[in-house]
Design a protein around this ligand. Structure first.
Ligand code: MN
Ligand code: MG
Length: 652
């Protein structure tokens, strides 16, 4: 075996020498080491910056992933850089370009500019590429210095997928040159084919209906892969903007990467869409998946997190086999840009690459100005000081936006026409966060950065289909927020400190009272405590007692719908809609769409009267400014609480 090293193979850095990867070191004369690098679900995150919070963040940003990409290129003789989709939407920079600056003919989209700077070899489309419509997408892609492939988005259906007129090229064959272990160059044909969840037709119906259609991922793969082989592909890599999910194939499946990996002719698979990491323990129990070896059906696979958090990496040791190349061995990993320490603080593992930052510096600055200026108005104060004791505008605005969105999404489905309720909880409500940890957006202008105040977590929207009985038990579960209260006793502590406010779901679309004299039906973890307890009384829909057998749609988030908090009716088996959009994005769209929002708390829930008993609770001292706004509750200031909180008294 000859081993040739040149200067390019070693980088002297402060951390010492970066050596060649073992595959490159050991490649023989008939072997070549090829590294396939994946970014996925970038969602316009180039700067390590959280535009909602308006502060730097070390866990995100292609400029950071770029440092890993540069290291990999330095370690390997041959490397390909591929993106797996969802690059165009998902942070305020994306919204700024789409809603404010626009994409005129010839304009460069900043995330494309950053990708061009890094020299991507190819990309595929994710579902979010369609969020701003086809015209916006095509103008954005026009700036890409790399091919973008997608095999299952179709402008005109043919008799089989290979006869379709697809929106983009279904696949490309890269004529690449690889250097073998002896330093000799050889041509190689690398086939790249891309797939997107066919559900884009539901998620972006308003943009896509009548313009494109989608095919089943596996159907498209089985049609095109043999064609690619015939056209001389030495190896084929699937760019699957689809999650690692069930091994059993179903029609039009959203997360199809496991059966896709089994398709004959596909040699390696890049996955994404789920915003998770592969290989990792997350996938330990998945059929067909080896989460340690980093394989699906024995083929190397990766998923590079989201927002640039990781770079997915597949190492292939290729071997000349007659006139073609075959994979002699492989490895897969996902390299993070940061690590979380035991005290939950975050340490960056790499520095930003200046050239990548520079490529979007102007749009970064414009986005900062955009998130700091008004995009709409609110004619109500949006604060959460009383969110745990009365219907509240900061929770109401979330429900208003969720109902607005889910109503659109239910159109044309079998669930259209069912009443749509919304569940939302106050996330910033004091507690361990301290006396300043409340939402407080005063009446007047609303800026994008305020939306992170209204919705703290990057959850995505879900809808569940439940019965009236489940609606009631959902609220019984929420009502564990409160201690049991004795009638006629003064100044009893109201809030159960072991109950987190994010599990206090307020339901919009029904009216109800909470009878605090009853014990809680569930404990703070959701375990049934008192079978016969009924804290939720006078639960009405449309002014009539709710029918326990009637059916409802509840708009909520992925956390709750998939069992977070263990709520009745929300254990993962009632989900009828999985939105790709974050609740935060939905609120932004709602505000942009409405211009002025009027999130009137309408006192649709309140405490049941209790013969003059009184309770005390603590909130932020700024609550005093708003105490007169609160409806449906008799309340007065009751002096200072502990640790900087203010106390209020409610008479029941
Ligand atoms: Mn995504
Ligand atoms: Mg309400």
């Amino acid at each position: 075996m000859t081993l040739r090293l040149n200067r390019r193979h070693f980088l002297a850095g402060s951390a010492g020498l970066l050596a060649l990867h073992p595959f490159s070191l050991h490649a023989a004369a008939n072997q070549a080491h090829l590294r396939i690098m994946e970014t996925t679900d970038l969602h316009v995150h180039v700067f390590p910056y959280d535009y909602y919070a308006d502060k730097p963040r070390d866990t995100i940003g292609l400029a950071r992933t770029a440092a890993i990409i540069q290291n990999i290129r330095a370690e390997a003789t041959n490397a390909l850089l591929l993106d797996n989709g969802d690059f165009l939407q998902g942070n305020p920079m994306g919204d700024y370009i789409a809603y404010e600056r626009g994409m005129k003919e010839g304009d460069m989209h900043p995330v494309i500019a950053a990708m061009n700077t890094l020299g991507f070899n190819a990309s595929t489309l994710g579902n979010h590429e369609f969020n701003y419509g086809l015209d916006f997408l095509m103008k954005s892609l026009a700036g890409a210095a790399f091919p973008v492939v997608s095999a299952n988005v179709v402008k005109e259906m043919g008799s089989d997928p290979t006869k379709d007129t697809t929106l983009l090229k279904p696949y490309v064959m890269l004529d690449h040159t690889v250097t073998d272990g002896a330093g000799e160059s050889h041509p190689i044909k690398i086939g790249l084919i891309g797939f997107v969840p066919p559900q884009i037709m539901n998620w972006d119906r308003r943009h896509l209906e009548g313009k494109v259609q989608t095919r089943d991922i596996l159907q498209a793969a089985r049609a095109y892969v043999p064609q690619m082989k015939e056209a001389g592909a030495d190896i084929i890599i699937a760019l699957s903007h689809s999650g690692i999910g069930a091994a059993d194939e179903t029609d039009m499946m959203e997360n199809a990467s496991v059966p896709l990996a089994a398709v004959d002719g596909i040699d390696a698979i890049l996955t994404g869409h789920s915003h998770l990491v592969f290989p990792s323990g997350t996938y330990a129990d998945y059929a067909g998946v080896d989460a340690e070896a980093g394989t699906i059906h024995g083929k190397p696979a990766t998923m590079g997190g989201f927002w640039g958090s990781h770079m997915g990496l597949i190492d292939l040791m290729l071997e000349r086999d007659g006139g073609t190349w075959r994979i002699a061995s492989h490895a897969a990993e996902a390299r993070p840009i940061s690590k979380r320490n035991e005290d939950r603080s975050v340490t960056a593992l790499v520095d930003s690459v200046p050239a990548v930052l520079a490529s979007v510096q102007q749009e970064h600055d414009e986005t900062l100005a955009y998130v700091r200026r008004a995009v709409g108005k609110t004619d109500a104060n949006l604060h959460s000081y009383f969110a745990l004791v009365a219907d509240d505008p900061s929770v109401q605005v979330v429900s208003n936006a969720q109902i607005w969105y889910i109503t659109q999404m239910m159109k044309g489905t079998e669930h259209e026409g069912l009443p749509i309720l919304s569940a939302a909880a106050p996330f910033k409500a004091g507690g361990r966060g301290g006396p300043e940890y409340y939402t407080d957006v005063p009446k007047g202008d609303v800026a994008i950065k305020n939306v992170s105040d209204l919705y703290l977590y990057p959850n995505t929207v879900r809808a569940v289909r439940v019965t009236g009985a489940q609606v009631k038990d959902w609220l019984e579960r929420s009502a564990g927020m409160f201690n049991q209260v004795q009638p006629d006793v003064a100044d009893q502590p109201l809030l159960n400190d072991s109950f987190p406010s994010y599990n206090f779901d307020v339901m919009d679309g029904v009216t109800y009272q909470i009878d605090l004299s009853q014990p809680s039906k569930f404990d703070p973890k959701g375990v049934l405590l008192n079978e016969g307890a009924n804290r939720i009384v006078n639960l009405n829909f449309n002014g009539e007692p709710i029918d326990p057998n009637a059916e409802f749609i509840i708009a909520t988030n992925n956390y709750r719908a998939s069992g977070g908090g263990d709520f009745p009716g929300a254990k993962g088996d009632t989900i009828v809609f999985e939105g790709p959009d974050t609740n935060r994005d939905v609120i932004v769209r709602y505000i942009v769409d409405k211009g002025t929002i009027s999130p009137r708390a309408d006192a649709n829930w309140r405490f049941a009267p209790l013969g003059g008993a009184s309770v005390l609770f603590s909130t932020g001292p700024k609550a005093a400014d708003y105490v007169d706004d609160v409806k449906g509750v008799v309340m007065e200031a009751a002096g200072d609480g502990a640790d900087g909180f203010a106390q209020f008294r409610i008479t029941l």
